[in-house]
Structure formats: C-alpha cells, structure tokens
Design a protein around this ligand. Structure first.
Ligand code: G3P
Ligand code: CA
Length: 231
C-alpha cells in the first residue's frame, strides 16, 4: 500500500512546505500529496483559499501577486513553494499527487508543469493530477490524454466508480469517512487505483491495508510505514 504524505509530513512540519516534503521522503513515504493554485504563469503550493490559517498573510490567495506571496512565512520560516521547487526536490522514484485547487487556463497550466518537470528528475508516470473539479481534469486530459488523473470525491457516488471511468481516470481518491470495502472492490474491478484520505490512525491504516486499497494519504507517514511493517 502506497504511503502518500498528505501536504507532506504535515504533522511534523508546516503543511505544503519544502520542509514537509523533504521530511516525508526521509521518513520513507512512497510519495507526497500537495495542493496547488494557478496564478498566472506560476503554480504555487497551497491548500486554503485564504492565507490566514497557515501563513502570516491575510486575505484570498488569488488576490495576491506571486511576489507578495513569496514574502510570507508559511511556518518555521518556510516560503510558499512553487510547483517547480517541489518537483525538483523529489527523487525519481517518488509518486507526486498534484491536487488542483485553482485552475484558470489548462493549456497554461500544462506549460508551467512541463517547465517544472524539465527541471526535475521525475518521469510523467510518477504524477497523478487530482481535483474535486472534474471539469478541470477533463480539460487537462483532453489536451494531454497520457497524463494520469485522479478523480477526487468526498461523497459516495450512486453509480459506483462510473464518474471516474468516464473521465478515463487512473485513480479514484475517496474520503475515509464514506468509503467501504464494496466500493474499493468495485472501483478496482473497473481498473482504477483506489487512494483514501486522510488516514492517520493505526486502526484505520490496518483496515485500509485489509481492504487492499492501493494507497493512503496520511499526515503521519512515519507511523504508516511502521504500522505496515509490523502488520
Ligand atoms: O487529496 C486528498 C485530500 O487532500 C483532499 O482534501 O482538503 O485535504 O485537500 P484536502
Ligand atoms: Ca489535498
């Protein structure tokens, strides 16, 4: 079962920072999950719409210039990273789930991604582009069919995994609070990887392993690795 560090090793370090990503790899995570906003020609790594919870800044992230964002403290003196900085940090074997929270122009987004990838040691097969906004995923997939997309859902769809297969998704990402074993089996039989968020408790980690999910998003990758090793 893949252990994907959710926003990096975000219990031990400030979420969505290079420090959290570096730590995740040090702790043996299979890879990382992080959130992104497209701001003009830049893609920055950030979760909330508002700056206030995780930085010393205020207001909507989309109302700020890139230069102003880069002056902020995202915790422990870390700056808000760019996509390029994040991917450049990753070893070639790390799986990277880029969650898209804000997309304004799919073609521009891919151009920024390509520049970031050229400066990293990763292959495109190590990327999963996910979003709760499936229209954005479809736009990206139409432009670049070979990209792996992950359909995110926080609810239990009535038609099983159909919404994800319809998107030609690589994976289906579902909330631990709603998923059940039947759904995991159904999605996997439809050819999808099943990734579950956010799994931080030992009992839940073991349950996901028992259900045979393909991966978990966790804020505590070290604990997850340990629990799986002792299983
Ligand atoms: O990608 C899984 C999970 O991160 C989705 O929810 O709010 O943590 O971005 P959120
Ligand atoms: Ca996320």
């Amino acid at each position: 079962m893949w252990v994907l560090a959710h926003r990096g090793a975000s219990k031990a370090a400030p979420e969505n920072t290079l420090k959290a990503f570096r730590l995740a790899i040090e702790k043996g995570a299979t890879g990382i999950e992080f959130d992104t906003y497209q701001l003009g020609e830049q893609i920055v790594v950030f979760h909330d719409r508002w700056l206030d919870r995780t930085t010393n800044g205020h207001g909507l992230i989309t109302a700020q210039s890139f230069e102003a964002l880069r002056q902020l403290d995202a915790g422990d003196g870390e700056v808000i990273p760019t996509l390029a900085e994040t991917l450049a940090l990753m070893p070639a074997n790390a799986l990277c789930n880029i969650e898209i929270k804000h997309l304004t122009d799919a073609a521009g987004w891919l151009k920024t991604l390509d520049l970031a990838m050229a400066a990293s040691s990763l292959d495109y097969s190590k990327l999963i582009l996910s979003s709760f906004n499936h229209t954005w995923l479809r736009q990206l997939k139409n432009l670049r069919p070979e990209l792996q997309v992950g359909a995110l859902t926080a609810t239990y769809p009535e038609n099983g995994a159909e919404f994800a297969t319809h998107l030609s998704a690589y994976s289906l990402h579902m909330d631990l609070d709603v998923i059940d074993q039947h759904y995991v089996t159904q999605a996997q039989q439809a050819g999808l990887k099943v990734l579950v968020y956010t799994v931080d408790q030992k009992e839940d980690l073991l349950l996901m392993a028992d259900w045979g999910v393909d991966g978990v998003f966790t804020n505590v990758p070290e604990l997850a690795k340990q629990v799986l090793a002792e299983r």
